[in-house]
Write a protein that binds this ligand. Structure first.
Ligand code: ADP
Ligand code: ZN
Ligand code: ZN
Length: 803
């Protein structure tokens, strides 16, 4: 007896385990672990993943697998194990762990159909229905509803004449095209050419073509190239000289582009020193994590490229992660330019079909390198030689839905399996990573200077409080306005950056820059317009908005936030002659819009590029000589202990956009809190000092990297239920772990209500709590089992966003 253990596509607590199914005779030996299969589950047909094979089971009445969905496994053994690990480490359902590793196209979609319960028993049905089910036909449920047959079908199903079945549907099909090739040898083709009469000119032309190119060719291309017709080709097929066949082609998003091939550059001394240990680790098949710390333009990407070169020469494969936002054509260009067709690209701009095709190039071992956003970390390579994560500090590497994994953790897990290095690159490493490098858990590699020792741009910090005092109420300081005008005259380009993330409102005094903080947490309070309240989302502290500033008694104390659209309007008033391109979620919604706007700007079709964080990265145009940050504070006061770190990273990142080439750059940062260390130090581009300052604060307030975090979020339509359930959890957690851990809550989440559900949370800060995972699992089990309570509980281990 051959039995398969299958994880079924039903994400609930009760079904979060492998179910046993009998492998029918006909599939014996062909069904393997890692394949998707269709299995009966209750009354339905659903998708599942085979995770193991065995010959015995305690299950009495085994059901049979219907059919396999794959000809070869879509998950290899390593990925199956990775899925199990992912389940443990993120506390998610197993089915989610497997699904996240595959392109969306391979996720099951279900169709509901109706058919006869007893074959051939069409006469049992009312006459109105009989026609649909003759010859054991099936009726699509949705279509039946459209025809108004719903109630009738329901009745016939209830009395046992009909049954409803669920069918698994594949989402994308492979793309097939028609090809032709000769069926006979070269000599025979020549002979055939002699026998074809001269007046059949077109046929002769085609044979001539195949005498010169013996390969297969796509039908459409042949027709275009020879200016011939389908019927001419058909004639030759009938003469058995040519054959027509279907062949799979990839949807290639880069098909219309050519990439100029580049060669490795001779490394500078600093680069050579940095790459040495990486190459060594590749040669020795040794797992190690490197933190490549170097300002933008210091040559990190060249190090990635040459490390990958080494890996490819060794016959191995490479994964490169870049943030979605940075996955610009420029970035893709550099990898395709060096490794050509050996590169697959995975990012969210591709259609499901394109992604699937890129994924299959990896699966079929047609490529050696994948460059992609977060989920590319699951690329189904089987001999990984290096994993690179560029801009490792980016928060987009953390997935905010189940499974809540961080790509960095997955990278290290896989690299350990393959005994290969991980390279984390950044100009502003996350505090966690830099701290690990300081403790020698990671090996630090530094590139202290820009290529050719280009100067970093000069940064000027403008105190917007003074502007106000001097009567300037506009969102542009006099200095920024002056420089914008200057660039317009010189025909150079400017970038204006507005941080929209900070749109969430905090309360600030426009006279002195004072921001109202929580007395217990040293984090800004969030403003709630409804009842004019300010709240702390970590501990639950509340207070009303003061009428006057507690610091300076000014009455200009209010909540804060501006949008890109408003800035654009204002620009139109003060610099009517300037041509502006606005880039934000509104203007970049459509596919390719992002790319088009950037290339317009590059081509000089605008003087000013105005946008949100999406313009902070990857922008590398020679004519940009001015960068303005309109309000550096907006992110600083988010209710998040990483606010300072993010502000510092972003300002450094944005400043790096100016003066990357010959022309020197200038940066203007407008702020209401110029004395804040993350703004002051970003102005001086002093990461090391920032790191030291921030570490002190993290230590003081028990935050990472000194403590780990776990966040429980509870939601329900009934506020009292949420609070009392969260309270119970808080108490339970407290009773299960040591008093060295800090357990905060219950407190309302930053977004206290979504879709009419109230949200509360419990935040756990801890160093070492062997009992915690078990405790959290118990909580999940308890609430996931009792679906009727209506409570939703989610747990995020090592959360990046605490909202
Ligand atoms: P980063 O990834 O740190 O921003 P890059 O690798 O993009 O830095 O390098 C910045 C610029 O310097 C690029 O234009 C790159 O082509 C160039 N560059 C990098 N390494 C070298 C080198 N060894 N010799 C000459 N130019 C280099
Ligand atoms: Zn004030
Ligand atoms: Zn607080």
């Amino acid at each position: 007896m051959e039995i398969a253990s299958v994880i079924v596509d039903v994400p609930t607590k009760q079904t979060d385990r492998a179910f046993d199914y009998l492998i029918p005779e006909q599939w014996s030996g062909t069904i393997k672990p890692g394949m998707r299969v269709i299995v009966p589950f209750g009354p339905r047909q659903i998708q599942g993943f085979v995770v193991g094979l065995k010959t015995e089971t305690d299950v009495n009445k085994l059901r049979e697998i219907n059919e396999p969905m794959d000809l070869k496994p879509v998950l290899n053994q390593e990925l199956i194990e990775l899925g199990n690990w992912l389940t443990e480490y993120t506390l998610c359902f197993k089915i989610f762990a497997f699904q996240v590793m595959l392109p969306a196209a391979l996720k099951a979609k279900y169709e509901k159909k109706v058919r006869l319960a007893n074959k051939g028993a069409v006469m049992d049905l009312p006459s109105k229905l009989q026609a649909f089910f003759e010859n054991d036909g099936e009726l699509d449920w949705d279509e039946a509803l459209k025809m108004g047959l719903g109630p009738l079908l329901q009745r016939e199903a209830a009395n046992g004449h009909l049954e409803v079945i669920y069918m698994v549907k594949e989402r994308v099909k492979k793309k097939l095209r028609k090809f032709v090739r000769p069926t006979v040898s070269h000599c025979e083709l020549e002979e055939a050419l002699q026998t074809i009469p001269a007046k059949a000119e077109k046929q002769r032309q085609i044979l001539q073509y195949f005498l010169e190119h013996s390969d297969e060719v796509e039908l459409k291309i042949l027709i275009d190239e020879l200016n011939t017709s389908g019927s001419t080709i058909k004639a030759l097929i009938e003469k058995k000289l040519l054959v027509e066949f279907d062949k799979e082609v990839y949807r290639d998003p880069f098909a219309h582009r050519t990439f100029e091939r580049t060669k490795p550059l001779p490394l500078t001394d600093a680069q050579a020193q940095a790459i040495g240990p990486i190459l060594h680790s590749i040669e020795q098949d040794r797992h190690e994590v490197f933190l490549l710390y170097g300002v933008t333009g210091s040559g990190k990407t060249e190090i990635y490229l040459q490390s990958i070169q080494e890996v490819i020469e060794k016959g191995q494969e490479a994964i490169v992660l870049v943030p979605e936002i940075a996955l610009t054509p420029q970035m893709v260009h550099r990898f395709k330019g060096r490794f050509g067709n050996l590169v697959a690209v995975l990012h969210s701009g591709l259609s499901a079909g394109e992604k699937y095709d890129e994924w299959r190039k990896i699966q079929r071992k047609e490529v050696k390198v994948v460059v992609g956003a977060r989920s590319a970390i699951f690329a189904p390579f089987e001999d990984i030689g290096i994993i690179i994560i560029d801009e490792e500090h980016e928060t987009s590497y953390k997935q905010e839905e189940m499974p809540r994994y961080h790509a960095r953790d997955v990278a290290i897990k896989r690299a350990k399996t393959y005994n290969c290095p991980v390279v984390l690159g950044s100009a502003t490493p996350s505090l966690e990573s830099f701290a690990r490098a300081q403790k020698k858990v990671y090996q630090l590699l530094s590139l202290p200077n820009r290529m050719n020792n280009q100067e970093l741009p000069a940064v000027e910090i403008i105190d917007m409080r003074e502007e106000l005092r001097d009567g300037n109420r506009s969102m542009f300081s006099r200095k920024l306005f002056e420089l914008l005008q200057d660039r317009l005259e010189k025909k150079q380009q400017s970038v204006l950056f507005l941080n929209k993330r900070g749109h969430s409102s905090f309360v600030m005094c426009r006279d002195c820059g004072y921001v109202v903080n929580c007395p217990n947490c040293d984090i800004s309070l969030t403003y709630h317009r409804v009842n004019e309240q300010m709240k702390c989302h970590y501990c639950g502290y509340e207070s009303t908005v003061p009428k006057n500033c507690p610091e300076c008694n000014s009455e200009y104390i209010r909540y804060f936030g501006t949008g890109t659209q408003k800035v654009e309007e204002e620009l139109g008033k003060i610099l009517p002659e300037a041509r502006v391109i606005r880039m934000d979620v509104d203007t970049t919604g459509r596919k390719g819009a992002h790319e088009r706007l950037l290339s317009d700007f590059k081509d000089g079709k605008a003087d000013i590029l105005l946008g949100t964080q999406m313009i902070a990265k990857g922008l590398d145009f020679p004519n940009i000589t001015l960068v303005g940050v309109l309000s550096a504070d907006t992110m600083l006061h988010l209710p998040d202990f990483r606010a300072s770190e993010k502000t510092f990273q972003l300002l450094t990142q944005v400043s790096g956009r100016a003066g990357r080439h010959q022309l020197p750059g200038e940066v203007v940062i407008q702020t209401y809190t110029p004395e804040h260390y993350s703004i002051e130090l970003a102005g001086r581009q002093d990461y090391d000092l920032f790191y030291q300052r921030e570490m002190l604060i993290r230590k003081l307030h028990h935050y990472p990297p000194f403590y780990y975090l776990a966040l429980i979020t509870v939601s329900h339509e009934n506020l009292i239920k949420v609070v009392s359930a969260t309270e119970k959890m808080v108490n339970y957690v407290r009773s299960q772990i040591s008093d060295k851990a800090v357990v905060l809550g219950p407190a309302a989440s930053s977004i206290p209500r979504i879709n009419n559900r109230y949200r509360y949370q419990c935040l756990i800060k801890y160093k070492r709590e062997p009992n915690l995972t078990k405790t959290l699992k118990t909580i999940l089990d308890q609430y996931q089992k009792d679906a009727r309570s209506g409570l939703l509980v989610s747990i995020d281990v090592n959360p990046v966003i605490l909202m």
